[in-house]
Design a protein around this ligand. Structure first.
Ligand SMILES: Cc1cc2nc3c(=O)[nH]c(=O)nc-3n(C[C@H](O)[C@H](O)[C@H](O)COP(=O)(O)OP(=O)(O)OC[C@H]3O[C@@H](n4cnc5c(N)ncnc54)[C@H](O)[C@@H]3O)c2cc1C
Length: 332
């Protein structure tokens, strides 16, 4: 039988138009940011230093450092922020939770951040760690909305200049009464003065896109940055996802199943999953990405590269080594 070449060519053209590949930089104007946790040991700090060394050249919009609810990592968070402020030119955000803390304690943490020159805060309620009763301390803030309002209402002029990010949940916070109440809560945080939201990590990209639509329909106009979790250890991510309400789709279990003893293969698969997710989000117009690095740079660096985000020095090498045609394209 003679193949119908016209049909084949049309189909190929459609497919090529849908998904350009191999990976060319997606588009100009992609912004990335990175989250770190405060190390518990000196070797942990050295690992973080090396991670930061590899991520700083990517020129992130900001980096953030988590804070153990109940103040459990307060000293380590401050130590990490101090180290980043002293050793890098990065814009730094400190996370801040209110659960189990009085308003005065929260204020003292804000003061410490400002004293270090940290003018970005990720304002959170937090989850009480085991051993804490999980409730609001007497005279404490009961929700992230109250923390945002407290930062904005500080008497000092600096309150105006603090950039506040809050948490958002594309797959709904596990303790929220409903998806609607969770969205109302996010709106309340923006109304109280938040500048942007960073989402819980998710693997169902469509869930994020639907959530973004719902947020816009609800009148939320502020930036909502997707949180991207490159999977360094699938079993750990699966167990954590159960607690934080992130759905791990069956296709991920199939992809990662049987790789427990092959961490390097897991990483290769994880890099592909994260890159696919970011490419799909970018195809829908998303331009900012927040990476949960777990203090490991490789998967974030790889994913950023596929998004077209690479160190300035590499960019200038590329420009020098390209032909006049490429230079003209850059100038355009
Ligand atoms: C980007 C990001 C960064 C984070 N960083 C940290 C961090 O550094 N340290 C840390 O400890 N945690 C962190 N978390 C986790 C976060 O503290 C928890 O998800 C917490 O349960 C809710 O915090 P929130 O600020 O979203 O709370 P809120 O905005 O106050 O509430 C979010 C939703 O959860 C519901 N809810 C929350 N708690 C309860 C409760 N006890 N009972 C009933 N409903 C409840 C609210 O009704 C609402 O729908 C982070 C999460 C994200 C997405």
């Amino acid at each position: 039988m003679t193949p119908n070449t016209e049909t084949i060519h049309e189909g190929t053209a459609d497919r090529l138009a849908r998904r350009p590949w191999p990976a060319t930089p997606i588009r100009p104007g992609i912004n990335v940011s990175f989250e770190f946790f405060p190390p518990a040991t000196e070797p942990g700090f050295e690992t973080l230093d090396s991670c930061v060394e590899q991520l700083e050249p990517l020129d992130p919009g900001f980096v953030s450092v988590t804070y153990g609810a109940g103040g459990t990592t307060q000293d380590r968070t401050l130590k990490t922020l101090r180290r980043l402020a002293a050793n890098t030119d990065l814009k730094i955000a400190g996370h801040l939770t209110c659960v189990g803390a009085t308003a005065a304690e929260v204020d003292r943490v804000i003061d410490s951040y400002l004293a270090l020159g940290v003018r970005r805060i990720v304002a959170l309620r937090g989850d009480a760690p085991s051993g804490f009763d999980g409730g609001t301390a007497a005279g404490g803030h009961g929700s992230a909305t109250e923390v945002v309002a407290a930062i904005r209402s500080r008497a000092d002029a600096s309150a105006e200049n603090i950039d506040i990010a809050v948490a958002a949940y594309p797959e709904v916070h596990p303790k929220a009464q409903s998806a609607q109440s969770d969205l109302d809560n996010l709106k309340a945080k923006f109304d109280a003065g938040a500048d942007r939201a960073i989402t819980q990590y998710f693997f169902d990209t469509d869930a994020f896109l639907r959530f973004l639509d719902a947020a816009r329909k609800a009148g939320i106009t502020g930036e909502i940055i997707p949180g991207i979790m490159p999977v360094t250890n699938f079993e750990r991510v699966r167990s954590f996802s159960e607690r934080c309400g992130t759905v791990v789709p069956d296709w991920m279990s199939e992809l990662f199943g049987g790789l427990d003893d092959m961490p390097e293969v897991q990483h290769l698969v994880a890099a592909t999953v994260a890159a696919e997710q970011c490419r799909r989000l970018a195809e829908h117009g998303v331009t900012s990405f927040h990476f949960y690095t777990m203090n490991r740079p490789e998967l974030s660096v790889a994913t950023c590269r596929i998004l077209g985000v690479k160190p300035q020095s590499v960019r200038s090498v590329d420009v020098r080594s390209t032909t006049g045609q490429a230079s003209a394209a850059n100038a355009g």
